[in-house]
Structures are given as structure tokens and as C-alpha cells.
Design a protein around this ligand. Structure first.
Ligand code: COI
Length: 356
């Protein structure tokens, strides 16, 4: 790889069949690494064979979770070209997460170059089957070896790749979501808008409870009033009530989802009435009972556009659109996927072709 020092693996792995892919269980042959030290900045970018990291047990990330990540995808189009979806926006969000977690930012072009270089090296790992893609997981961890609680002076950036299929075992079929007033994901002033490890660690107990109760994921409510919709553990949430599409606003507690922004843009392009406003679970449940809740779906890089067929809250379930994927949900899914695979034109220039 011309731009970065590259050590090719001598033991390439067997690639899984495209139709066996779920989410994140397999990684590719190489990874991108780069180090940071205070006073020196980022240095030593390199692509090396995929393998374990060696960390001293006192490394601060292992104790205090100073870690951020992002997630984006590369798609193999019908024309054979590999496209990244909104790489710059993901890079910018990665830097916002870094700032929120007192970590050093990276130049956006270096982040993007690392994406393109590693996908270029492992291009054969981009799966071909419809609905599959190569997931990119850029991450930064604090690497100071010390047990005091303060921001690290050294960091490791790594980028790994994973060929993936659907995130949910349901595939693109509607999922069951449980609105919980027992579990809180984030509060204003906290880390809710950062893609940081801790947000996911603390979501696990709610996830376990939801699964025990027969749901796929938790829909978190705001941490103060416990009544406004925030987000689902792995996706932003949207509802269509009457002819209005409503999604919670970016007010510091939810992630600025790239698929969220992209679907909002598409719906505005289509002239739909779209509101980013606080909405209560009571309003959604009542709309579910009186039939005005037309559709509900989640958006996320991993989840793409995932229909919600059932919403549970306080022991009551409402079924949405007869438990079937709604018309607008399907239209959004098709539009996003069409752009990602290069099947339709890309009016906002969201994709970039990776040179192989
Ligand atoms: C993503 O959609 O990229 C996510 O990060 C969700 C989850 C797999 C953590």
C-alpha cells in the first residue's frame, strides 16, 4: 500500500461464505494502527497483519474506559466498485467523540485515508451478496500505564474490518422494541452523544432484561423525566404519526446517527413533514392504540433502516402497521441501500469509490 507502511500477512484466513454472515463475528487479514504521544502527536501509521494487541494490565483504558469508536460500511456495487458511505461524516463524528472523551482528534483526511487504504488492502473481503457489506470499526484507546484517573497522554488508533450481514437475527423483518423507564442510557451533560465504550457497557443490563421479556432491543427514555424517547441501544428511532415523521432532537443525549441524518435528508427531499422534536412515550402509545401510529423504524449503520413491528411499554404491546414493514420504512431502506450499492444516483455525494 503506497501511502502507509504495509506488512502483508503470511497466513491469510479462510473467508466465510457470504450467506453465513451475521454481524461482527469475523475479521479480515489486516488492521491499521497508529500511535499518539503528547508533545509528539500522531505517528507511525501502518497496516499490519490482524492480530492481538499486547497491553499492560494497568493500561488506563482497561480501568476507566477512555475509548471511542465509530462504525461505517463499504459496499460492493453491482458494477463491482467498492464504495464507502459518508466516510467524512463518520470521521467528523469520530473526532467529536474524541473531544467529548478528552482524547486527541485526528485530521479527517488521515482518518479517511486509513479507511480507504485498509479497505483497499482487504478488498477481497468485501462480500458480494445483497444485504452484506464490510463494516469498518475505527477505535481509539487510552494507553497510558497508570491507575490514576485522568486523561491519558498516549493513545492507540486502530481500524479493523468485519464482513457483515444483518445486525438483527430477524434480518430486515420487523423487530420488537421495549420502552424502558427502568434503564437510562444517558443524561444531558454526560456521554450520550459520544460513541464511547461505556455507553454500550451500561446498556447491557437493559438489553438482557428486554431479551428475557421477548424483545429485541430497549428503547431508552430520557433520564430526567423518563418519558421522552431518546434512542434504541444500537439505532436512532423514528415514528410516523398521521402524516408527520417525528424523531428525537440532537440535544446531547443521543447519537448524531449518520443514517438518521441521511434518512431525514431524503424525507425532506421528498417533501415529507419531518420534525426533530421531543416526543413522549405516552404520545406514541396513544397513537398506537388509536391507529394514528402508522410506522416506526430505527436507523443506524449496523441496523440500516429496521422496521419496528411491536412496541412494548409497562406491560402493554402495540402492534404497528399490523406487524409489517411500513411503506415509508421500505422506501427509506431501498433508497439508502440503492445509494450505498451504487444502484441509484447519489444526489448528495454520500459515497466515495475506494481505489483497489
Ligand atoms: C453502528 O451502527 O455502527 C453501531 O455502532 C451500532 C452497534 C453495533 C454498536
Amino acid at each position: 500500500m503506497g501511502q502507509f507502511p504495509f506488512t502483508r500477512t503470511t497466513t491469510p484466513k479462510a473467508k466465510p461464505a457470504d450467506d453465513s454472515l451475521s454481524f461482527g463475528k469475523v475479521t479480515t487479514d489486516h488492521m491499521f494502527l497508529m500511535n499518539y504521544e503528547e508533545g509528539k502527536g500522531w505517528f507511525d501509521p501502518r497496516i499490519v497483519p490482524y492480530g492481538p494487541l499486547s497491553l499492560d494490565p494497568a493500561t488506563s483504558v482497561l480501568h476507566y474506559g477512555q475509548a471511542i469508536f465509530d462504525g461505517l460500511k463499504a459496499f460492493r456495487g453491482d458494477d463491482g466498485q467498492i464504495r464507502l458511505f459518508r466516510a467524512d461524516r463518520h470521521a467528523q463524528r469520530f473526532n467529536r467523540s474524541a473531544k467529548l472523551m478528552s482524547m486527541p482528534e485526528l485530521p479527517v483526511d488521515v482518518i479517511r485515508d486509513s479507511f480507504e487504504a485498509l479497505v483497499g488492502v482487504d478488498a477481497d473481503w468485501v462480500p458480494r451478496k445483497a444485504g452484506t457489506s464490510l463494516y469498518l470499526r475505527p477505535t481509539i484507546i487510552a494507553t497510558d500505564v497508570m491507575l490514576g484517573v485522568h486523561p491519558s497522554h498516549s493513545y492507540l488508533y486502530f481500524l479493523i474490518l468485519s464482513p457483515v450481514g444483518s445486525y438483527y437475527k430477524e434480518g430486515v423483518k420487523p423487530v420488537r422494541i421495549l420502552a424502558s423507564d427502568a434503564h437510562v442510557r444517558a443524561v444531558k451533560g454526560g456521554t450520550g452523544e459520544a460513541k464511547t465504550a461505556a455507553n454500550y457497557a451500561q446498556s447491557l443490563s437493559g438489553q438482557v432484561d428486554a431479551e428475557k421479556a421477548g424483545y429485541t432491543q430497549v428503547l431508552y427514555l430520557d433520564g430526567v423525566h423518563r418519558k421522552y424517547l431518546d434512542e434504541v441501544g444500537t439505532m436512532n428511532i423514528m415514528v410516523k404519526i398521521g402524516d408527520e415523521v417525528i424523531t428525537p432532537p440532537l440535544a446531547g443525549t443521543i447519537l448524531d446517527g449518520v443514517t438518521r441524518a441521511s434518512t431525514l435528508q431524503l424525507m425532506r427531499d421528498w417533501g415529507l413533514k419531518v420534525s426533530e422534536r421531543p416526543i413522549t412515550i405516552d404520545e406514541v402509545m396513544e397513537a398506537g392504540r388509536n391507529g394514528t401510529l402508522k410506522e416506526m423504524w430505527g436507523t443506524g449503520t449496523a441496523a440500516v433502516v429496521s422496521p419496528v413491528g411491536t412496541l412494548g411499554y409497562k406491560g402493554e404491546d402495540v402492534t404497528i402497521n399490523g406487524g409489517q414493514t411500513g411503506e415509508l420504512t421500505q422506501k427509506l431502506y431501498d433508497a439508502i441501500v440503492g445509494i450505498q450499492y451504487g444502484r441509484t444516483n447519489d444526489p448528495h455525494g454520500w459515497t466515495s469509490v475506494v481505489k483497489v
